[in-house]
Structure formats: C-alpha cells, structure tokens
Design a protein around this ligand. Sequence first.
Ligand SMILES: *Cc1c(COP(=O)(O)O)cnc(C)c1O
Length: 493
Amino acid sequence: MDPAEFRANGYQLVDWIAAYLDDPSRYPVLAQVRPGDIAAALPAAAPEQGEPFAQLFADFERVILPGITHWNHPGFFAYFAITASAPGVLAEFLSAALNQQAMLWRTSPAATELEAVTLRWLRDLMGLDAGFEGVIYDTASISTLHALAAARERAVPGVRTHGLAGRDLPRLRVYCSEHTHSSIDKAVILLGLGHEGLRKIPADAEFRMRPDALAAAIAEDRAAGWLPLAVVATVGTTSSTSVDPVPAVAEICAREGLWLHVDAAYAGVAAIVPAFRHVLDGTERADSLVVNPHKWLFTPFDCSVLYCRHMDVLRQAFSLVPEYLRTSDAPDVRNLMDTGIQLGRRFRALKLWWVLRHFGAEGLREHLAEHIRLARLFADWVDADPDFERLAPVPFSVVCFRLKPYRSDGSDGSDGSGLGRAWTEAELAALNQQAMDRINAGGEIFLSHTKLNEQFALRIAVGHLKTTETHLRRAFELLKQEVDGGRQAVGGG
Ligand SMILES: *Cc1c(COP(=O)(O)O)cnc(C)c1O
C-alpha cells in the first residue's frame, strides 16, 4: 500500500471510527446472528490475488459488522461493561504502526521504560503500597498465573529445575473463596497442582470469604499433610462484586507464611476515588495484586497489570536468557522477557499512558464515581419496586437482582385469582431467563446473569463512558415490561 493509498484508506477508517465511537447505538448491542452465519459468508480459502482495500472494508461492513457484539455500546450492561476510549484507540493505531517487541530493553527502550513509569502512576493513583512494582500482561488470567507461579517458586525451592512430579513433596494447596474467578482454577491446573490443589472457602451472607473458615481449612490441610501455598482474595468478585476481608486474610497469610494474591481485576481502580480508597485496605500486606485497566479504566482490550512486591521471585521463576538474546546493556536494565512466559510483547503502556493523561486523575475519579452513582440509583429503583428483588449489596457499579412479580395478597402467594402459593425458584429462574433472552434479542441493551445462593440473578454492570441515566432508565423500563408479561404467563395476580 503506497503512502497516498494508506492516507486515503486511513482517513476513511478514522472517519468510520469517529462516527462509530460517537454513536454505536445504531447497531444492536448483542450480535443478532446465528452460530455459523459469519463463517458461511466467508470464502473457504485465502484469495490468490491481492484485493483492493475498498473491497476489504466493504466486506468488513457487510460480513463482519453484523457479527459484532458491541462492547463499546452504552447499552452494554453484561458481564463487566468496558470502554475503549478514543485516546486508547488512537494509541492502538500508533502501536500497530510502531510494531514494538519489548522483549529486551534495547528492542524497545521506550516501551520498557514507559511501562514502568505508567504503572507507578497507576499504583499511586490507586493508593497502592509503594513496594509494588508492575508489569503488563494481556489478561487477569495470565497475571494471576504469573503471581501463583511466583508463589510456587518461593514455596518449593528447586521447582523450576525439578518440577513437582515424582519428588518427595507434599501436595500443594491454594485457597480462594467459592466466588473467585475461574482463572484461579485454570492457573492452579496449569501449574501442576491439580484442580484438587485449589480449596474453595465458604463465603458469608454477603459473598465474602470467611477468614475463620480459611484458617480452619489451612489447619485441617496441614494436619492432613498438604502444603499450603497461597491465598487468593478478591476485591470485586465476578458475580456480585463482593470484597473479601483482605486485612483479615493478610493476617492469616502472614501467620502461615502464605503468598497473598489479590484479584482486583475489575474493582481495584475504584480506589482512585477517595471515598473508595479503603477497598484496597490490607493490600499493603499482599505479595501481588492484579488490576485490569481494560475493565473499568477506559483502556482498549487488552491490558492487565500485575503488581508484585517480589519481582525478583518472578524473575527467578521465568528468566532464561539464550545466547542470541544476551546483550551488553547494563546489567540493571530491565528486560521485560524476564518477568514472564512471553518473549515478545506488544506496546500496551502507550494506550494506558494516553488514557491516564487524557482524563487526568480528576476525570477518572469523576467517571468512576458517576458509574457507582448510576448503579446505586438502579439499585434504589429495584428496592423501591415490589416487582423486583435485589440479590446482593452494591459495593461498586454492578447490581444483582431479579424480577419477582408481586402478587396482590402481599405474600407472593395467591390473590385469590388462581395461585395459592409463592413462586418456586424454578418459576423465577424461567421467568428471569426468558425476560433476559427477550431483552437481549431486542438489541437495545445487553444483560447477563449469574447464580447467587442458588438463585438466578440478572446483572446490570455499569462501566461504559457513554452510559447515562437515560440508558439505565430505559433498561429498567424494558425489565418492567417483562414483569407484566411474566405475571400473565404464569397466571398470577
Ligand atoms: C474479569 C475478571 C477476571 C478475568 O479477567 P481477564 O482479563 O479476562 O482474564 C479475573 N478476576 C476477576 C475478579 C475479574 O473480574
């Protein structure tokens, strides 16, 4: 592509992106295609002759766009709502052009050093302890895998050389709550501990890990010959965004000599808001912590940060320098390949740097606080409406609730018009599932669900920069319409 062509195509693309970012709500938020539709619309083989860019772009609009679920849509309330903000998008464009491979300091001095500086900024914005040093990976799953690999390295001398199998070693155990993200399970599996090497600790009525149950489990395991290795505490669990009692867990870890990893992938950035600083209390005693700027910090996917207080242990676990990568650079330069599995790594710090600078601390605080306000407002509507039931506290920007249409005798039982009993759990689950499916098929908003105390829960996750009170009102209105449908379908009052 010659420069003139690149310029023309680039301008066209920028125009398209600008219009898209301005108003993605002209598309259905959840892709309305069926499995196989996109693949079937594509040729079976790569083209023999090169094709003009105009054709490529036309096929993007014709074939690909219908299969896009719009995570950058203000009506996206599913899972965790995220935003690829404009400065981050532009940084990704530039990053692709620069094509940095920051494996060694010399292969990208700027990416290496900007990463260190930007992660110190973020650390300080969140009020994290100054003993934490950061490194960027793609996702929280990989950040956590590295944290637990470091924990294993510290607890089992020689594991790097001798491995775990066929040795005189007790079985290793990692602890987390029953609400912890599945990435912990995968890390434990991958590290050779076996899935049984993860013990899930019961939670209290507000879905927080019970420290008494943790201490008891560790004691029981030690008595039975296990070697406790690490605890993963979560600040902002995936289902309900509950916060484990990190100070109490840290106390147990200190007493037992266990690595404490804090999974704050989604909620950690809330600490940028002064009133939420306390959610990271206790992390000053953690060994590692993960936070994802790609989740609630307006940075395009992907960008996850692992903060670790023992980068030397991480290096001990992963540093391996073949001859062809030896350099004469000063021995204290940081080579990012030493702190993880990946050799080559892309220039993710650029987008985070631009996001932090574009919004400023003030802008970030305002947007985060507004998302929290919106979620609480939605929770208030739920609480005030007899046809709804809230199923979890709202510590951050996610509300867990369900439709539970009111029956006019006030007991959720019969109003004398047919049903002489309360809703069953199965009926409520069916009603809420159906409501969610119908709303998602409408394309205006996208909701997801979870299960809390064996109850089917809908989730509203606020996290997109352009989501306003109007979008939430519309979501509530759509849910109200389903209440009336549900009441009639089951034949209640
Ligand atoms: C989203 C999330 C993860 C997984 O994040 P990825 O970056 O997609 O791997 C892990 N833990 C928590 C608490 C999360 O919210």
